[in-house]
Ligand binder design. Structure first.
Ligand code: SF4
Length: 258
C-alpha cells in the first residue's frame, strides 16, 4: 500500500474535528469512547459540552452519576458514560497507566488510538474502518495477522497521522456499502475483495428494540417523568440497566438513577 499517497490524501481532505486539534489524553479518550458507536459529526456537540462540564479526569470522577448521564443522554449505550467515569477515577487517583487497556471500557483499539494521538506512540489502531480497508485491499486475515499487517504499514514516526488517515479512508471512501474506489488514494494494487460483509440493515424498527427502551427509561428518570414502556419489555430493559449499574431498583418496585 502506498502510505505516502494515503498521508498526502489525508492532508488534503481531513475534516477539522475538535479532537484532532488536541493532544490531551483525557479529551482524546472522551472522543474515542463517544465515537465507538456514534458518527463523528453527531459527536461534536456532545464532546464540546462534556469537556466544558468535565474538563479533566478529576472533574468527571467527582461528578454525580445523574450529571454524567445527563451529559451523555442522546448518544446511546449509556454504560459507556459510566465506564468513562470509572476510567476517570483510576486516572485521577493513580495517573495514566502504561497499558491503557487496564482502564475500564478501554479496549486495544481505543488504547492504541489515544496512545498514538496523545503521546505519539508508534502503534497501529485497528478499528472496523481499518479492518475493512485492509480486508478489501489485501484479502481477509485472522485478527492477529490483521493487526500485525497494520503495524507493518505504519510509516516511521507517523503512527498518529497514519491512524487518522486509515480511519478517515474507511469512514468516507472505503465505506461499508458503497466504496468510492474512484476517489481512493490507495486504489492501485487493491484486490477489491468484498471484505467483511456489511452488517445487514436491522429489520426491527429502532423504537421496538430493547436498546430504545433502555434509553427512554434513563431519559425519563433524568427528567423525573413516569417510566415509559410496559410489560416484559420494561422488565427486560430494567434488568439490563440494573446489570450495567445504570439504575437502582428498590424492594418496593421503585426505580432510580444510581
Ligand atoms: S480501491 Fe476501493 S475497495 Fe480498494 S481500498 Fe480503495 S475504496 Fe476500498
Amino acid at each position: 500500500m502506498d502510505t505516502d499517497a494515503l498521508l498526502a490524501w489525508y492532508d488534503r481532505v481531513r475534516r477539522p474535528l475538535p479532537w484532532r486539534e488536541t493532544r490531551d489524553p483525557y479529551a482524546l479518550l472522551v472522543s474515542e469512547v463517544m465515537l465507538q458507536q456514534t458518527q463523528a459529526l453527531r459527536v461534536v456537540p456532545y464532546y464540546e459540552r462534556w469537556l466544558a462540564r468535565f474538563p479533566d479526569p478529576g472533574a468527571l470522577a467527582a461528578a454525580p452519576v445523574r450529571d454524567v448521564l445527563a451529559h451523555w443522554s442522546g448518544l446511546g449505550y449509556n454504560r459507556r458514560a459510566l465506564a468513562l467515569q470509572a476510567a476517570a477515577h483510576e486516572v485521577a487517583e493513580r495517573g495514566w497507566p502504561e497499558d491503557l487497556t487496564r482502564l475500564p471500557g478501554v479496549g486495544p483499539y481505543t488504547a492504541a488510538a489515544v496512545a498514538s494521538f496523545a503521546w505519539d506512540r508508534q502503534v497501529a489502531a485497528v478499528d472496523t474502518n481499518v479492518r475493512r480497508v485492509l480486508a478489501r485491499r489485501e484479502g481477509p486475515r485472522p485478527e492477529a495477522a490483521l493487526r500485525t499487517r497494520a503495524q507493518q504499514l505504519v510509516p516511521a514516526g507517523r503512527a498518529a497521522t497514519f491512524n487518522q488517515a486509515m480511519m478517515e479512508l474507511g469512514a468516507t471512501v472505503c465505506r461499508p456499502r458503497a466504496p468510492r474506489c474512484d476517489a481512493c488514494p490507495v486504489a492501485p494494487g487493491c484486490g477489491g475483495h468484498p471484505g467483511p460483509a456489511a452488517r445487514r440493515a436491522a429489520t426491527t424498527p429502532f423504537e421496538q428494540t430493547d436498546r430504545w427502551a433502555r434509553g427512554r427509561i434513563v431519559a425519563a428518570l433524568l427528567a423525573g417523568e413516569p417510566l415509559p414502556v410496559a410489560g416484559d419489555r420494561r422488565e427486560r430493559a430494567l434488568a439490563g440497566l440494573e446489570r450495567d449499574g445504570l439504575v437502582v431498583r428498590g424492594t418496593d418496585g421503585s426505580v432510580r438513577l444510581p
